[in-house]
Ligand binder design. Structure first.
Ligand SMILES: Cc1cc2nc3c(=O)[nH]c(=O)nc-3n(C[C@H](O)[C@H](O)[C@H](O)COP(=O)(O)OP(=O)(O)OC[C@H]3O[C@@H](n4cnc5c(N)ncnc54)[C@H](O)[C@@H]3O)c2cc1C
Length: 308
């Protein structure tokens, strides 16, 4: 349906409403993902503010699909790119941070790592783990990200979301239906901001935790490589990295994609990988682990877009 609609236009852009934000045609999504692979977005849209986003959603043709991305740290975008419009909440409006003494409200476009300074300055404890997860606040909620024994569902109080009619709602933590590394809130909800619980903590203690987290990551994960973090979810009571290692997958390569020798659940673009290389390597791992253990690993990395 979308393709036939599109065939009647010279370009998708022509069919989109006028906005105050920015449209980028054929936007290179490889520049917006940690893997550094993937084809283009037909159009990328950077809304100026909530009102601009609302009018875009209301006025765009219904058949035009919309995909929201955050920091691209959990995404494998396929080589054919993403049809329709890719929205990134990248304007200053979506990067506001407010602390009222008890709760911290953070815009969906804020990079998690940017919260380090805020936590220290305001002596806010309990949210340190968030700052070590790559990506942004919107993606953090969608993926129920977590580490160091904590996860977002433990610290989130509420969030504001926009549905595809441009209506804004305040939703409680329970409405997200969080489970391990996922949430089942509707795909069409765009997270606008999130409010977190805060506990008072001494600056020195926060700094110590941040340093420990950094050290742990540097020692155990290939954080300076092109990767999307853990590729597969841990099956209940088991570690995906151990299953992958025991199935003899460390060192496996497909084209420019390889399994990290530092952490077996991390796939790496060693320089010239395509999204297809990475996906094929992932599927090969699934096969090998299944052969050895009968366990079918479930992708944690979100695969999006079309194959070339
Ligand atoms: C080196 C490395 C280490 C990592 N370590 C961890 C870890 O310890 N723990 C962990 O949980 N994850 C980890 N990850 C994975 C990743 O950082 C998290 O999943 C992160 O929360 C994704 O956020 P993002 O902004 O990059 O989202 P993206 O990857 O851009 O998107 C992820 C999902 O969120 C959706 N989304 C993004 N923004 C919005 C929005 N505003 N509204 C609605 N939906 C939205 C997207 O549609 C997509 O479905 C790691 C990744 C890397 C590269």
């Amino acid at each position: 349906m979308f393709e036939s609609f599109f065939a009647s236009k010279n370009s998708l852009l022509e069919s989109l409403p006028e906005v105050r934000g920015k449209y980028i045609e054929n936007a290179k999504l490889s520049k917006h993902t940690w893997f550094g692979v993937g084809g283009p977005a037909e159009v990328m849209y950077i809304p100026e503010d909530e009102e601009d986003l609302k009018l875009f959603l209301l006025k765009k043709p219904d058949v035009v699909p919309v995909t929201v991305i955050g920091g691209g740290s959990n995404l494998l975008i396929r080589d054919g790119g993403i049809l329709g419009v890719v929205i990134k909440l990248d304007s200053q409006f979506f990067k506001k941070i407010e602390f009222d003494g008890s709760y911290l409200t953070v815009g969906a476009g804020v990079k998690n790592s940017d919260l380090k300074k805020v936590l220290i300055e305001n002596e806010i404890g309990g949210l340190e783990f968030i700052t070590s997860v790559p990506g942004r606040i919107g993606g953090l909620l969608r993926t129920n990200a977590g580490c160091f024994g904590n996860n977002v569902s433990n610290v989130l109080v509420k969030a504001r979301i926009m549905n595809d009619w441009g209506e804004i709602y305040e939703v409680e933590k329970e409405d997200f239906n969080f489970s391990y590394r996922s949430s089942t809130f509707p795909e069409n909800w765009i997270i606008l901001d999130a409010t977190f619980e805060c506990a008072k903590k001494e600056k020195s203690e926060i700094k110590k935790i941040l340093d420990e987290q950094k050290k742990y990551r540097e020692e155990h994960q290939p954080i300076n490589k092109r990767t999307a973090g853990s590729t597969f979810k841990n099956p209940e009571g088991l570690s995906a990295w151990k299953l992958i290692q025991d199935a003899g997958c460390q060192g496996l390569k497909v084209g420019g994609a390889e399994v990290s020798d530092k952490h077996a659940n991390f796939l790496i673009n060693s320089g010239n990988a395509t999204a297809q290389d990475i996906e094929e390597l992932g599927e090969l791992i699934v096969e090998k682990v299944k052969e050895k253990t009968s366990i079918v690993l479930e992708w944690e990395v979100r695969r999006m877009g079309v194959k070339k």
